[in-house]
Design a protein around this ligand. Structure first.
Ligand code: SAM
Ligand code: SF4
Length: 503
Protein backbone atom coordinates (compact mmCIF):
# COMPACT_ATOMS: atom_id res chain seq x y z
CA UNK A 1 0.00 0.00 0.00
CA UNK A 2 1.48 3.37 -0.86
CA UNK A 3 1.79 6.11 1.74
CA UNK A 4 -1.10 8.30 0.53
CA UNK A 5 -3.58 5.41 0.51
CA UNK A 6 -2.51 4.40 4.02
CA UNK A 7 -3.00 7.96 5.29
CA UNK A 8 -6.36 8.22 3.51
CA UNK A 9 -7.62 5.04 5.20
CA UNK A 10 -6.51 6.25 8.58
CA UNK A 11 -8.22 9.62 8.10
CA UNK A 12 -11.49 7.92 7.07
CA UNK A 13 -11.71 6.07 10.39
CA UNK A 14 -10.93 8.91 12.80
CA UNK A 15 -14.37 10.51 13.10
CA UNK A 16 -17.06 8.36 14.73
CA UNK A 17 -20.37 10.05 13.91
CA UNK A 18 -22.40 8.42 16.67
CA UNK A 19 -19.96 9.93 19.20
CA UNK A 20 -21.09 13.36 18.05
CA UNK A 21 -24.80 12.67 17.67
CA UNK A 22 -25.25 11.39 21.21
CA UNK A 23 -24.51 14.83 22.63
CA UNK A 24 -26.66 16.91 20.26
CA UNK A 25 -29.99 18.26 21.38
CA UNK A 26 -32.68 18.00 18.69
CA UNK A 27 -29.86 17.45 16.24
CA UNK A 28 -28.22 20.77 17.14
CA UNK A 29 -25.01 21.66 18.95
CA UNK A 30 -24.94 24.04 21.91
CA UNK A 31 -23.53 27.01 20.02
CA UNK A 32 -26.67 28.85 19.00
CA UNK A 33 -25.22 31.83 17.16
CA UNK A 34 -28.48 33.73 16.91
CA UNK A 35 -28.90 33.41 20.65
CA UNK A 36 -25.35 34.61 21.38
CA UNK A 37 -25.73 37.58 19.02
CA UNK A 38 -29.12 38.43 20.51
CA UNK A 39 -27.76 38.43 24.06
CA UNK A 40 -24.74 40.51 23.08
CA UNK A 41 -27.02 43.00 21.34
CA UNK A 42 -29.69 43.31 24.03
CA UNK A 43 -27.49 43.46 27.16
CA UNK A 44 -26.05 46.91 26.58
CA UNK A 45 -25.62 50.00 28.78
CA UNK A 46 -25.49 48.18 32.10
CA UNK A 47 -25.92 50.37 35.17
CA UNK A 48 -23.14 50.38 37.80
CA UNK A 49 -25.51 48.60 40.20
CA UNK A 50 -26.21 45.84 37.66
CA UNK A 51 -22.47 45.32 37.20
CA UNK A 52 -21.80 45.34 40.95
CA UNK A 53 -24.51 42.69 41.49
CA UNK A 54 -22.85 40.51 38.86
CA UNK A 55 -19.43 41.04 40.46
CA UNK A 56 -20.89 39.95 43.79
CA UNK A 57 -22.22 36.77 42.17
CA UNK A 58 -18.70 35.99 40.92
CA UNK A 59 -17.33 36.68 44.39
CA UNK A 60 -19.86 34.12 45.65
CA UNK A 61 -18.13 31.69 43.23
CA UNK A 62 -21.11 31.11 40.97
CA UNK A 63 -20.90 30.63 37.21
CA UNK A 64 -22.47 33.62 35.45
CA UNK A 65 -25.34 33.35 32.98
CA UNK A 66 -24.93 34.34 29.31
CA UNK A 67 -26.91 37.55 29.96
CA UNK A 68 -24.68 38.52 32.88
CA UNK A 69 -21.54 37.78 30.87
CA UNK A 70 -22.86 39.82 27.93
CA UNK A 71 -23.51 42.76 30.28
CA UNK A 72 -19.89 42.64 31.47
CA UNK A 73 -18.63 42.43 27.90
CA UNK A 74 -20.64 45.53 27.00
CA UNK A 75 -19.30 47.79 29.75
CA UNK A 76 -17.95 51.02 28.28
CA UNK A 77 -17.03 53.05 31.37
CA UNK A 78 -13.33 53.09 32.23
CA UNK A 79 -14.13 53.24 35.95
CA UNK A 80 -16.37 50.19 35.74
CA UNK A 81 -13.64 48.27 33.92
CA UNK A 82 -11.28 49.11 36.77
CA UNK A 83 -13.78 47.58 39.22
CA UNK A 84 -14.09 44.52 37.00
CA UNK A 85 -10.29 44.10 36.90
CA UNK A 86 -9.97 44.41 40.66
CA UNK A 87 -12.77 41.93 41.30
CA UNK A 88 -11.27 39.45 38.84
CA UNK A 89 -8.11 39.25 40.97
CA UNK A 90 -10.17 39.06 44.15
CA UNK A 91 -12.15 36.10 42.79
CA UNK A 92 -8.95 34.36 41.77
CA UNK A 93 -7.44 34.85 45.22
CA UNK A 94 -10.57 33.49 46.85
CA UNK A 95 -10.57 30.31 44.78
CA UNK A 96 -6.88 29.79 44.00
CA UNK A 97 -5.12 31.94 46.57
CA UNK A 98 -1.98 33.80 45.48
CA UNK A 99 -0.20 31.10 43.58
CA UNK A 100 0.73 30.65 39.92
CA UNK A 101 1.22 27.12 38.62
CA UNK A 102 4.12 26.64 36.20
CA UNK A 103 4.43 24.17 33.34
CA UNK A 104 6.34 23.68 30.09
CA UNK A 105 5.00 22.56 26.70
CA UNK A 106 6.79 19.77 24.88
CA UNK A 107 6.10 19.62 21.14
CA UNK A 108 6.49 16.01 20.06
CA UNK A 109 5.59 16.11 16.37
CA UNK A 110 4.70 18.58 13.64
CA UNK A 111 3.34 15.99 11.20
CA UNK A 112 -0.20 17.06 10.44
CA UNK A 113 -2.95 16.12 7.98
CA UNK A 114 -4.90 19.34 8.56
CA UNK A 115 -4.65 22.73 6.94
CA UNK A 116 -5.57 25.27 9.59
CA UNK A 117 -5.01 28.66 7.97
CA UNK A 118 -3.26 30.11 11.03
CA UNK A 119 -0.80 27.32 11.86
CA UNK A 120 2.76 26.69 10.70
CA UNK A 121 2.29 22.92 11.06
CA UNK A 122 -0.45 22.69 8.44
CA UNK A 123 0.10 20.09 5.75
CA UNK A 124 0.35 22.54 2.86
CA UNK A 125 3.13 24.58 4.47
CA UNK A 126 6.19 23.59 2.47
CA UNK A 127 8.38 25.87 4.63
CA UNK A 128 8.02 23.51 7.56
CA UNK A 129 10.65 20.82 8.18
CA UNK A 130 8.72 17.78 9.43
CA UNK A 131 9.89 15.88 12.44
CA UNK A 132 8.47 13.38 14.91
CA UNK A 133 10.47 12.69 18.06
CA UNK A 134 11.53 9.16 18.91
CA UNK A 135 10.97 7.97 22.48
CA UNK A 136 14.67 8.52 23.21
CA UNK A 137 14.38 12.08 21.93
CA UNK A 138 11.31 12.65 24.09
CA UNK A 139 13.31 11.45 27.08
CA UNK A 140 16.14 13.85 26.17
CA UNK A 141 13.69 16.73 25.90
CA UNK A 142 12.22 15.77 29.27
CA UNK A 143 15.69 15.78 30.85
CA UNK A 144 16.33 19.30 29.53
CA UNK A 145 13.03 20.56 30.91
CA UNK A 146 13.65 18.87 34.26
CA UNK A 147 17.03 20.59 34.51
CA UNK A 148 15.16 23.93 34.44
CA UNK A 149 13.11 22.85 37.46
CA UNK A 150 9.80 21.92 35.84
CA UNK A 151 7.50 19.22 37.23
CA UNK A 152 4.52 19.59 34.88
CA UNK A 153 4.53 19.10 31.12
CA UNK A 154 1.95 19.42 28.40
CA UNK A 155 2.70 17.28 25.36
CA UNK A 156 1.57 18.76 22.04
CA UNK A 157 1.03 16.92 18.75
CA UNK A 158 -0.06 17.62 15.19
CA UNK A 159 -2.78 15.27 13.94
CA UNK A 160 -1.31 12.33 12.05
CA UNK A 161 -1.42 8.55 11.97
CA UNK A 162 2.21 8.42 13.09
CA UNK A 163 1.36 10.39 16.24
CA UNK A 164 -1.90 8.58 16.95
CA UNK A 165 -2.94 7.53 20.44
CA UNK A 166 -0.43 4.68 20.82
CA UNK A 167 2.41 7.07 20.09
CA UNK A 168 0.95 9.57 22.58
CA UNK A 169 0.59 6.92 25.29
CA UNK A 170 4.18 5.79 24.73
CA UNK A 171 5.31 9.43 24.89
CA UNK A 172 3.53 9.89 28.23
CA UNK A 173 5.22 6.78 29.63
CA UNK A 174 8.59 7.92 28.26
CA UNK A 175 8.25 11.26 30.03
CA UNK A 176 7.29 9.69 33.37
CA UNK A 177 10.24 7.29 33.14
CA UNK A 178 12.90 10.02 33.13
CA UNK A 179 14.77 10.78 36.33
CA UNK A 180 17.20 13.69 36.62
CA UNK A 181 19.34 14.97 39.45
CA UNK A 182 18.75 18.53 40.64
CA UNK A 183 22.10 20.28 40.28
CA UNK A 184 22.04 22.33 43.47
CA UNK A 185 20.78 19.72 45.93
CA UNK A 186 21.68 16.46 44.19
CA UNK A 187 18.12 15.23 44.80
CA UNK A 188 16.37 13.07 42.18
CA UNK A 189 13.52 14.67 40.27
CA UNK A 190 10.98 13.69 37.64
CA UNK A 191 7.87 14.96 35.87
CA UNK A 192 4.85 14.50 38.10
CA UNK A 193 2.01 15.43 35.79
CA UNK A 194 1.75 15.07 32.02
CA UNK A 195 -1.12 16.84 30.26
CA UNK A 196 -1.98 16.47 26.57
CA UNK A 197 -2.98 18.93 23.86
CA UNK A 198 -4.03 16.84 20.89
CA UNK A 199 -6.68 16.52 18.24
CA UNK A 200 -10.15 15.15 19.08
CA UNK A 201 -10.41 11.36 19.39
CA UNK A 202 -13.01 8.64 19.77
CA UNK A 203 -13.83 7.41 23.27
CA UNK A 204 -11.91 4.13 22.94
CA UNK A 205 -8.70 6.04 22.18
CA UNK A 206 -9.32 8.49 25.00
CA UNK A 207 -9.51 5.54 27.38
CA UNK A 208 -6.01 4.53 26.24
CA UNK A 209 -4.82 8.07 27.04
CA UNK A 210 -6.39 7.86 30.47
CA UNK A 211 -4.69 4.52 31.09
CA UNK A 212 -1.33 6.09 30.22
CA UNK A 213 -1.71 8.36 33.25
CA UNK A 214 -2.35 11.80 31.81
CA UNK A 215 -3.68 14.67 33.91
CA UNK A 216 -5.63 17.12 31.75
CA UNK A 217 -6.79 16.63 28.17
CA UNK A 218 -6.89 19.92 26.28
CA UNK A 219 -8.57 20.75 22.97
CA UNK A 220 -9.17 24.30 21.78
CA UNK A 221 -12.23 24.92 19.63
CA UNK A 222 -10.22 27.75 17.97
CA UNK A 223 -13.40 29.64 17.00
CA UNK A 224 -16.96 28.93 18.13
CA UNK A 225 -18.34 30.81 15.11
CA UNK A 226 -19.44 28.16 12.60
CA UNK A 227 -18.82 30.09 9.41
CA UNK A 228 -15.40 31.37 10.50
CA UNK A 229 -14.54 27.86 11.64
CA UNK A 230 -15.22 26.55 8.14
CA UNK A 231 -13.27 29.37 6.51
CA UNK A 232 -10.08 28.57 8.42
CA UNK A 233 -10.42 24.77 8.56
CA UNK A 234 -11.01 23.33 5.07
CA UNK A 235 -14.03 21.01 4.98
CA UNK A 236 -12.08 18.19 3.37
CA UNK A 237 -9.83 17.90 6.44
CA UNK A 238 -10.43 16.14 9.76
CA UNK A 239 -10.39 19.44 11.59
CA UNK A 240 -13.00 20.73 9.16
CA UNK A 241 -15.65 18.87 11.21
CA UNK A 242 -16.78 21.53 13.72
CA UNK A 243 -18.92 19.23 15.84
CA UNK A 244 -16.33 16.44 16.09
CA UNK A 245 -14.11 19.04 17.75
CA UNK A 246 -16.87 20.70 19.79
CA UNK A 247 -17.65 17.44 21.58
CA UNK A 248 -14.04 16.27 22.01
CA UNK A 249 -14.16 17.01 25.71
CA UNK A 250 -17.61 15.50 26.20
CA UNK A 251 -16.11 12.27 24.87
CA UNK A 252 -13.14 12.70 27.20
CA UNK A 253 -15.54 12.95 30.16
CA UNK A 254 -17.23 9.76 28.99
CA UNK A 255 -13.82 8.10 28.78
CA UNK A 256 -13.18 8.97 32.42
CA UNK A 257 -10.82 11.88 31.74
CA UNK A 258 -12.58 14.36 33.97
CA UNK A 259 -9.99 17.17 33.94
CA UNK A 260 -10.73 18.72 30.57
CA UNK A 261 -9.42 21.99 29.19
CA UNK A 262 -11.15 24.23 26.69
CA UNK A 263 -9.88 27.24 24.76
CA UNK A 264 -10.40 29.58 21.83
CA UNK A 265 -7.78 31.05 19.53
CA UNK A 266 -8.41 34.76 19.82
CA UNK A 267 -7.99 36.71 16.59
CA UNK A 268 -10.07 34.54 14.28
CA UNK A 269 -13.41 36.18 15.06
CA UNK A 270 -15.05 38.74 17.39
CA UNK A 271 -13.53 38.33 20.87
CA UNK A 272 -16.84 38.97 22.62
CA UNK A 273 -18.47 36.13 20.69
CA UNK A 274 -15.63 33.76 21.60
CA UNK A 275 -15.95 34.60 25.30
CA UNK A 276 -19.64 33.69 25.04
CA UNK A 277 -18.66 30.50 23.18
CA UNK A 278 -16.33 29.47 26.02
CA UNK A 279 -19.13 30.13 28.50
CA UNK A 280 -21.67 28.08 26.48
CA UNK A 281 -19.12 25.27 26.31
CA UNK A 282 -18.69 25.42 30.09
CA UNK A 283 -22.44 25.41 30.64
CA UNK A 284 -22.97 22.40 28.37
CA UNK A 285 -20.25 20.41 30.15
CA UNK A 286 -21.85 21.35 33.48
CA UNK A 287 -25.28 20.37 32.17
CA UNK A 288 -24.23 17.03 30.70
CA UNK A 289 -21.57 15.96 33.24
CA UNK A 290 -22.17 18.11 36.33
CA UNK A 291 -18.70 19.62 36.06
CA UNK A 292 -17.17 22.38 33.98
CA UNK A 293 -13.70 22.68 32.46
CA UNK A 294 -10.58 22.34 34.60
CA UNK A 295 -8.97 25.22 32.70
CA UNK A 296 -9.75 27.89 30.13
CA UNK A 297 -7.18 29.00 27.55
CA UNK A 298 -7.33 32.14 25.46
CA UNK A 299 -4.27 32.07 23.17
CA UNK A 300 -3.96 35.09 20.90
CA UNK A 301 -2.93 34.33 17.36
CA UNK A 302 0.72 35.19 16.62
CA UNK A 303 2.59 35.12 13.27
CA UNK A 304 3.26 31.61 11.96
CA UNK A 305 5.46 30.49 9.09
CA UNK A 306 3.73 30.68 5.70
CA UNK A 307 0.43 31.93 7.17
CA UNK A 308 -0.82 35.31 5.94
CA UNK A 309 -3.89 35.16 8.17
CA UNK A 310 -1.81 34.82 11.34
CA UNK A 311 -0.33 38.30 10.88
CA UNK A 312 -3.21 40.00 9.02
CA UNK A 313 -6.44 39.03 10.70
CA UNK A 314 -9.17 41.68 10.77
CA UNK A 315 -10.14 40.28 14.17
CA UNK A 316 -6.76 40.83 15.83
CA UNK A 317 -7.35 41.45 19.56
CA UNK A 318 -5.69 44.55 21.02
CA UNK A 319 -3.88 44.44 24.37
CA UNK A 320 -6.66 46.50 25.95
CA UNK A 321 -9.37 44.09 24.77
CA UNK A 322 -7.23 41.11 25.76
CA UNK A 323 -7.21 42.32 29.35
CA UNK A 324 -10.98 42.72 29.25
CA UNK A 325 -11.60 39.23 27.92
CA UNK A 326 -9.32 37.67 30.54
CA UNK A 327 -11.12 39.51 33.35
CA UNK A 328 -14.60 38.61 32.06
CA UNK A 329 -13.67 34.94 31.70
CA UNK A 330 -12.29 34.97 35.25
CA UNK A 331 -15.59 36.34 36.54
CA UNK A 332 -17.87 34.21 34.37
CA UNK A 333 -16.32 30.85 35.31
CA UNK A 334 -14.82 31.49 38.75
CA UNK A 335 -13.77 27.90 39.40
CA UNK A 336 -11.78 27.28 36.21
CA UNK A 337 -8.01 27.55 36.10
CA UNK A 338 -6.90 30.13 33.53
CA UNK A 339 -3.77 29.73 31.42
CA UNK A 340 -1.74 32.56 29.90
CA UNK A 341 1.04 31.27 27.68
CA UNK A 342 4.40 32.40 26.35
CA UNK A 343 2.62 33.62 23.22
CA UNK A 344 2.19 36.83 25.21
CA UNK A 345 5.00 39.33 25.78
CA UNK A 346 6.31 39.65 29.37
CA UNK A 347 4.55 43.00 29.95
CA UNK A 348 1.14 41.62 28.97
CA UNK A 349 1.68 38.39 30.83
CA UNK A 350 2.44 40.41 33.94
CA UNK A 351 -0.76 42.39 33.56
CA UNK A 352 -3.08 39.43 33.01
CA UNK A 353 -1.53 37.46 35.86
CA UNK A 354 -3.06 40.22 37.96
CA UNK A 355 -6.47 39.67 36.39
CA UNK A 356 -6.93 36.17 37.67
CA UNK A 357 -4.77 33.81 35.61
CA UNK A 358 -3.68 30.73 37.54
CA UNK A 359 -1.13 29.05 35.25
CA UNK A 360 1.66 29.97 32.88
CA UNK A 361 4.54 28.36 31.03
CA UNK A 362 8.18 29.45 31.14
CA UNK A 363 11.48 28.56 29.45
CA UNK A 364 9.19 27.67 26.57
CA UNK A 365 10.53 26.17 23.32
CA UNK A 366 7.97 25.17 20.74
CA UNK A 367 10.26 23.83 18.00
CA UNK A 368 10.32 20.04 17.72
CA UNK A 369 13.33 18.88 19.74
CA UNK A 370 14.14 22.48 20.65
CA UNK A 371 14.89 21.98 24.36
CA UNK A 372 17.78 19.62 23.70
CA UNK A 373 18.81 21.10 20.33
CA UNK A 374 19.45 24.42 22.11
CA UNK A 375 18.26 26.35 19.06
CA UNK A 376 16.93 29.85 19.50
CA UNK A 377 13.25 30.59 19.08
CA UNK A 378 13.98 33.11 16.32
CA UNK A 379 13.88 30.29 13.76
CA UNK A 380 10.26 30.80 12.71
CA UNK A 381 10.31 28.14 9.96
CA UNK A 382 10.55 25.38 12.53
CA UNK A 383 7.69 26.45 14.69
CA UNK A 384 3.96 26.38 14.80
CA UNK A 385 3.77 30.07 15.72
CA UNK A 386 5.93 32.75 17.39
CA UNK A 387 6.29 33.26 21.11
CA UNK A 388 6.49 36.58 22.93
CA UNK A 389 8.10 35.44 26.17
CA UNK A 390 11.24 33.31 25.82
CA UNK A 391 12.43 33.99 29.40
CA UNK A 392 13.68 31.09 31.46
CA UNK A 393 11.81 29.70 34.45
CA UNK A 394 13.95 31.39 37.08
CA UNK A 395 13.42 34.83 35.58
CA UNK A 396 9.63 34.45 35.41
CA UNK A 397 9.44 32.98 38.91
CA UNK A 398 11.48 35.88 40.23
CA UNK A 399 9.14 38.35 38.58
CA UNK A 400 5.97 36.74 39.94
CA UNK A 401 7.55 36.45 43.41
CA UNK A 402 8.20 40.19 43.34
CA UNK A 403 4.50 40.59 42.53
CA UNK A 404 3.69 38.53 45.66
CA UNK A 405 2.74 35.29 43.86
CA UNK A 406 4.08 31.90 44.95
CA UNK A 407 5.26 29.72 42.07
CA UNK A 408 3.63 26.32 42.43
CA UNK A 409 4.55 22.98 40.90
CA UNK A 410 1.84 21.22 42.83
CA UNK A 411 0.44 18.07 41.28
CA UNK A 412 -1.23 16.80 44.44
CA UNK A 413 -4.86 17.35 43.44
CA UNK A 414 -4.61 14.91 40.58
CA UNK A 415 -2.46 12.40 42.44
CA UNK A 416 -4.80 12.40 45.46
CA UNK A 417 -7.88 11.87 43.28
CA UNK A 418 -9.02 15.48 43.59
CA UNK A 419 -10.10 15.76 39.95
CA UNK A 420 -13.27 16.50 37.98
CA UNK A 421 -16.36 17.01 40.09
CA UNK A 422 -14.47 16.57 43.38
CA UNK A 423 -11.95 19.32 42.71
CA UNK A 424 -14.50 21.66 41.11
CA UNK A 425 -16.76 21.26 44.16
CA UNK A 426 -13.85 22.01 46.48
CA UNK A 427 -12.89 25.01 44.39
CA UNK A 428 -16.40 26.42 44.52
CA UNK A 429 -16.35 26.16 48.33
CA UNK A 430 -12.87 27.72 48.30
CA UNK A 431 -11.45 24.58 50.00
CA UNK A 432 -9.10 23.34 47.29
CA UNK A 433 -7.32 26.70 47.33
CA UNK A 434 -6.33 26.04 50.94
CA UNK A 435 -4.74 22.68 50.09
CA UNK A 436 -3.08 24.32 47.14
CA UNK A 437 -1.68 27.04 49.36
CA UNK A 438 0.14 24.43 51.44
CA UNK A 439 1.29 22.41 48.45
CA UNK A 440 2.39 25.55 46.62
CA UNK A 441 4.68 26.44 49.54
CA UNK A 442 6.10 22.89 49.65
CA UNK A 443 6.84 22.77 45.92
CA UNK A 444 8.17 26.34 45.87
CA UNK A 445 10.49 25.36 48.73
CA UNK A 446 11.77 22.46 46.61
CA UNK A 447 12.35 24.78 43.66
CA UNK A 448 14.23 27.32 45.77
CA UNK A 449 16.51 24.62 47.20
CA UNK A 450 17.06 22.78 43.93
CA UNK A 451 17.19 25.31 41.09
CA UNK A 452 16.76 28.97 42.02
CA UNK A 453 19.38 31.63 41.36
CA UNK A 454 20.65 33.42 44.48
CA UNK A 455 18.44 36.45 43.88
CA UNK A 456 15.31 34.38 43.27
CA UNK A 457 16.03 32.29 46.36
CA UNK A 458 16.36 35.39 48.49
CA UNK A 459 13.13 36.94 47.22
CA UNK A 460 11.34 33.58 47.32
CA UNK A 461 12.36 32.78 50.88
CA UNK A 462 11.01 36.01 52.29
CA UNK A 463 7.76 35.38 50.38
CA UNK A 464 7.56 31.86 51.81
CA UNK A 465 8.05 33.18 55.36
CA UNK A 466 5.22 35.66 54.83
CA UNK A 467 3.06 32.87 53.42
CA UNK A 468 3.75 30.53 56.34
CA UNK A 469 2.85 33.34 58.73
CA UNK A 470 -0.49 33.68 56.91
CA UNK A 471 -1.11 29.93 56.98
CA UNK A 472 -0.40 29.76 60.72
CA UNK A 473 -2.89 32.51 61.42
CA UNK A 474 -5.76 31.29 59.20
CA UNK A 475 -8.84 30.05 61.04
CA UNK A 476 -9.32 27.36 58.41
CA UNK A 477 -6.06 25.70 59.46
CA UNK A 478 -6.48 26.46 63.16
CA UNK A 479 -9.57 24.26 62.95
CA UNK A 480 -7.57 21.53 61.22
CA UNK A 481 -4.50 21.14 63.45
CA UNK A 482 -3.57 17.77 61.94
CA UNK A 483 -3.25 19.40 58.51
CA UNK A 484 -1.09 22.20 59.87
CA UNK A 485 1.06 19.69 61.74
CA UNK A 486 1.58 17.60 58.61
CA UNK A 487 2.44 20.71 56.63
CA UNK A 488 5.03 21.82 59.20
CA UNK A 489 6.67 18.43 59.29
CA UNK A 490 6.73 18.05 55.48
CA UNK A 491 8.25 21.52 55.15
CA UNK A 492 11.06 20.56 57.54
CA UNK A 493 11.58 17.25 55.76
CA UNK A 494 11.98 19.09 52.43
CA UNK A 495 14.56 21.38 54.01
CA UNK A 496 16.29 18.21 55.17
CA UNK A 497 16.44 16.84 51.62
CA UNK A 498 13.23 14.83 51.15
CA UNK A 499 11.25 15.49 48.00
CA UNK A 500 7.76 15.09 46.52
CA UNK A 501 5.79 15.50 49.75
CA UNK A 502 2.24 16.81 49.51
CA UNK A 503 -1.10 17.00 51.24
N1 SAM B 1 -3.02 19.64 16.38
C1 SAM B 1 -3.73 19.73 17.59
C2 SAM B 1 -4.91 20.63 17.46
O1 SAM B 1 -4.99 21.35 16.49
O2 SAM B 1 -5.75 20.56 18.34
C3 SAM B 1 -2.78 20.17 18.63
C4 SAM B 1 -2.47 21.43 18.93
S1 SAM B 1 -1.90 22.78 18.17
C5 SAM B 1 -0.26 22.25 17.96
C6 SAM B 1 -2.10 23.76 19.66
C7 SAM B 1 -2.86 25.03 19.56
O3 SAM B 1 -2.00 26.04 19.08
C8 SAM B 1 -3.99 25.06 18.58
O4 SAM B 1 -5.15 24.47 19.14
C9 SAM B 1 -4.14 26.54 18.32
O5 SAM B 1 -5.11 27.13 19.16
C10 SAM B 1 -2.78 27.12 18.66
N2 SAM B 1 -2.20 27.82 17.51
C11 SAM B 1 -2.09 27.37 16.25
N3 SAM B 1 -1.57 28.34 15.45
C12 SAM B 1 -1.35 29.42 16.24
C13 SAM B 1 -0.85 30.74 16.01
N4 SAM B 1 -0.50 31.15 14.80
N5 SAM B 1 -0.76 31.57 17.07
C14 SAM B 1 -1.10 31.19 18.29
N6 SAM B 1 -1.60 29.97 18.57
C15 SAM B 1 -1.73 29.08 17.56
FE1 SF4 C 1 -2.35 20.69 12.60
FE2 SF4 C 1 -3.18 21.51 15.04
FE3 SF4 C 1 -1.70 23.11 13.47
FE4 SF4 C 1 -4.17 22.61 12.78
S1 SF4 C 1 -3.50 23.69 14.67
S2 SF4 C 1 -2.41 22.54 11.38
S3 SF4 C 1 -4.41 20.53 13.45
S4 SF4 C 1 -1.06 21.20 14.38
Amino acid sequence: MNKEIATGNWVKNVIVRKEIDKYLIDGKDFINEADISYRLAKNVDPSPQQIRDILQKSLDIKTLTPDETALLLNVTSVEMWEEIFETALEVKKKVYDNRIVFFAPLYCSNLCVNNCAYCGFREANALETRRILSMDEIKRETSSVLREGHKRLILVFGEHQHSDVDYMASAVKAVYSVEEIAAQSGRPTSIRRVNINAAPMEIAKLKILKESGIGTYQVFQETYHHQTYHEVHPLNTLKGDYQWRLYALHRAMDAGLDDVAIGALFGLYDWRFEVMGLLYHTLDLERQFGVGPHTLSFPRMTPASGSTLSSNSPWHVSDADFKKLVAVLRLSVPTAGMIVTAREKPEIKKEVLQLGCTQTDASTRIGIGAYSDQKTESDIDKKQFTIGDPRDLDEVIQEVAKMGFIASFCTAGYRCGRTGETIMGMLSHCDEGKFCKLNAVLTFREYLSDYASDVTRQIGESLIMKEIGEIESMNYFKNKPHLLQKFRSEYSEILGGKRDLYL
